[in-house]
Design a protein around this ligand. Structure first.
Ligand code: ATP
Length: 242
């Protein structure tokens, strides 16, 4: 499969989204530094030279866009599993797909897609994983963050890229066969917020409750004060601790 290794790039997702026609499942693009890294809704993603593992993978999803929500959860789970194989334990997940270490953001995942309703869709799955951020960049990050160097294990970046891309491919294949239901138990085990008081932000609305993991479709479950369970599937939703 194809591997593009690029020292400095705008964003690996952008590069792969512009190359869709040439790509096959599992092809990856890895960069040392992004000058225009982005999170959801265009928010800046800080990815300075040498401080982060930055990679994007191409995947064609036969089930189409409707399945992509569940897929983004699977990507997070696969990343945690890959880290575990490399000796990095204790990494958790924040719905829908951030990696958390000790309650702080260790990595961001951004899934972008192209396709039409009803047909298959083409996905670019991007990940930025903090390894050791230069001091000068740290203050640019607007929320609590973490880096892999906080853990004891030795970081072998090439080994990590291989582990991540292999685990991603395995998990995506399982997801295509069995859907998100096959991952639910594992998600609920790794979910940092499970059982904790949270706020769900939707536009200027803010809903308080206790996070209760996900259901068999991958929807976020929120237990309201009344005891009623509310579910959130996709959309522009942000989860925050309360
Ligand atoms: P949401 O909960 O809606 O996903 P978010 O703010 O966590 O929100 P993203 O849009 O995925 O999510 O990521 C962008 C945000 O991540 C930035 O606004 C910044 O606060 C934070 N951020 C940027 N760079 C880094 C980094 N290297 N490490 C950790 N966090 C970062």
């Amino acid at each position: 499969s194809r591997v593009d290794l690029i020292p400095v790039i705008g964003s690996t997702n952008q590069h792969w989204m512009a190359s869709l026609a040439e790509l096959n499942n599992g092809d990856i693009c890895v960069a040392e530094c992004q000058t225009a890294g982005r999170g959801r809704r265009g928010r800046p993603w800080i990815s300075p030279f040498g401080g982060q593992l930055i990679m994007s993978m191409y995947w064609r999803l036969e089930q189409g866009m409707a399945a992509a929500m569940g897929l983004s959860l699977v990507v997070g789970i696969a990343a945690v599993e890959a880290l575990e194989t490399q000796g990095f334990t204790g990494v958790e997940l924040k719905w829908p797909n951030d990696l958390y270490l000790n309650g702080r953001k260790l990595a961001g995942i951004l899934v972008e897609m192209s396709g039409t309703a009803g047909g298959p869709c083409q996905l670019v799955i991007g990940m930025g994983l903090n390894l050791l951020l230069p001091q000068s960049e740290q203050e640019r990050i607007t929320q609590p963050w973490a880096e892999l160097s906080e853990l004891e294990a030795v970081t072998d970046r090439n080994g990590l890229v291989i582990a991540l891309s292999q685990q991603l491919q395995r998990s995506l294949e399982l997801f295509e066969q069995e859907g998100i239901a096959a991952f639910r138990e594992q998600w609920n085990r790794l979910d940092y917020f499970n059982g904790k008081p949270v706020r769900v932000l939707m536009g200027d609305q803010e809903i308080h409750g206790i996070a209760r993991g996900i259901d068999s479709q991958g929807a976020l479950l929120l237990e309201l004060e009344s005891g009623k369970i509310k579910r959130y599937l996709g959309g522009e939703i942000s989860l925050r601790s309360n």
